[in-house]
Design a protein around this ligand. Structure first.
Ligand code: C2O
Ligand code: CU
Length: 441
């Protein structure tokens, strides 16, 4: 087994991703960020330096379970303090299983700002893939807005609420072409030349070279912040989710609670017993049996909370994600939910309100194992996982503005069993204070 070292500098750069110049977040001058490649069983070490000047940063390794290294999960306010401008944080974790993964920013809406790249884990050295192919093609799919994420964020937390709207472009490996007829309305681009590509432009589509009669493996990963994509080649507890309002501000809520992340990351505050670091009432375990999922919430007033679902280490947890009507009539949206630190079994999904009849029909024989599952409008999805990975883990909708508006919950299990958390992960909020007063030793 090898140790794979990477030095990453995160910075903003000007790029014409879709033929319109904007600022994008990149790593080492590249967008999308460089691909990480390792073999199963290897240790990946990434020294991440924040060169952003005015904002913190963290990176999450999506799909990597972080067994024994929960502090390397890269979730701001959950597993670590955000890395301040000028500072370096070293992520060190084992990639235990072959697969196509990706990594992305997990602080504010930095994924929408362009902070993502591929993480490919090949089978362990000396082992063979279960199928043969002659070459491989990596497709990283994403969506792109012309409005900066800072503007988007202010809009989402304003009164009146300003939704971010549809993305201006879809990108494949970081390249796309902004709608040419629309682009002509932008005075800066009104010369009409923006879509006549000569090749070599930053936004020229990438050409994938393939030979006849050969087999290619497509590695497809979607880091989209909002869009659900259909790629025309091939494929790759109980909770209720309507919109709510908190003091008039629009939020998403789970069992009437909208997640607000605390300044002190949970991993440190739970490990060191800092009880005031986050909401000490744990969130409700179920929703009212009489909730009418087909109607806007009868009482749209939700609360904001930072409470945690504390799970016994090793317990089996069943989650029914129940979708419902959002704030306006006849609106229910699709949500891809992602669990950190574990895989889960998808026991079933269906339309309408989850019933005892549905419960009888769950697939307990051969359910698929995933780390992300979709809940369809007005539908439910049933998941099961074993809480066997000591740490604190986010479980949330992967649509970035939805998470930003509170669509997520926090699970914690076996935190007393977590090893030595690196100091840099704790150097903020109440854990930093604890260090200053020397109380931990
Ligand atoms: Cu890829 Cu918490 O997400
Ligand atoms: Cu969502």
């Amino acid at each position: 087994w090898k140790v794979r070292h990477y030095d990453f500098d995160v910075e903003y750069m000007y790029r014409s991703l879709d033929c319109v110049q904007h600022v994008v977040m990149g790593i080492n001058g590249q967008f999308p960020a460089p691909t990480i490649r390792a073999n199963a069983g290897d240790t990946v070490v990434v020294r991440l330096t924040n060169k952003l000047q005015t904002e913190g940063v963290v990176i999450h390794w999506h799909g990597i379970r972080q067994l024994g290294t929960p502090w390397a999960d890269g979730t701001a306010s959950i597993s670590q303090c955000a890395i301040n401008p000028g500072e370096t944080f070293t992520y060190r974790f084992k990639v235990d299983r072959a697969g196509t993964y990706f990594y992305h920013g997990h602080y504010g809406m930095q994924r929408s700002a362009g902070l993502y790249g591929s993480l490919i884990v090949d089978v362990a050295e000396g082992e063979k893939e279960p199928f043969h192919y002659d070459g491989e093609i990596n497709l990283l799919l994403s969506d792109w807005w012309h409005q900066s994420v800072h503007e988007q964020e202010v809009g989402l937390s304003s009164l009146p609420f300003r939704w971010i709207g549809e993305p201006q472009s879809l990108l494949i490996n970081g390249r796309g072409q902004y709608n040419c007829s629309l682009a002509a309305h932008y005075s800066n681009y009104s010369n009409g030349n923006q879509c006549k590509l000569r090749g070599g432009e930053q936004c020229a589509p990438q050409i994938l070279h393939v030979l006849p009669n050969k087999t290619y493996r497509l590695r497809i990963a979607s880091t989209t912040a909002l869009a659900s994509l259909n790629l025309a080649i091939g494929e790759c507890l109980s909770a209720i989710i309507p919109f709510g309002r908190v003091n008039g501000y629009t939020k998403w809520a789970i069992n009437n609670v909208s997640l607000a992340l605390p300044p002190t990351p949970y991993l440190g505050s739970i490990k060191f017993g800092l009880k005031n670091a986050f909401g000490n009432t744990s969130p409700p375990e179920r929703f009212s049996a009489t909730y009418d999922i087909m109607k806007p919430p009868a009482n749209p007033n939700s609360t904001v909370g930072s409470g945690v679902y504390m799970l016994g280490l090793g317990t089996t947890v069943d989650v029914i994600l129940q979708n419902a009507n959002a704030l306006s009539e006849n609106v229910s949206e699709i949500h891809p939910w992602h669990l950190h630190g574990h895989d889960f079994w998808v026991l079933g999904y269906g339309e309408g309100k989850f019933s005892t009849e549905d419960e009888k029909n769950l697939n307990l024989k051969n359910p698929p194992l995933r780390n992300t599952a979709v809940i369809f409008p007005y539908g439910w999805t049933a998941l099961r996982f074993v809480a066997d990975n000591p740490g604190v883990w986010a479980f949330h909708c992967h649509i970035e503005p939805h998470l930003h508006l509170g669509m997520g919950v926090i699970f914690a299990e076996g935190v007393h069993r977590v090893g030595k958390i690196p100091n840099e992960a704790l150097a903020c909020g109440l854990t930093a204070k604890m260090f200053l007063s020397g109380k931990n030793n």
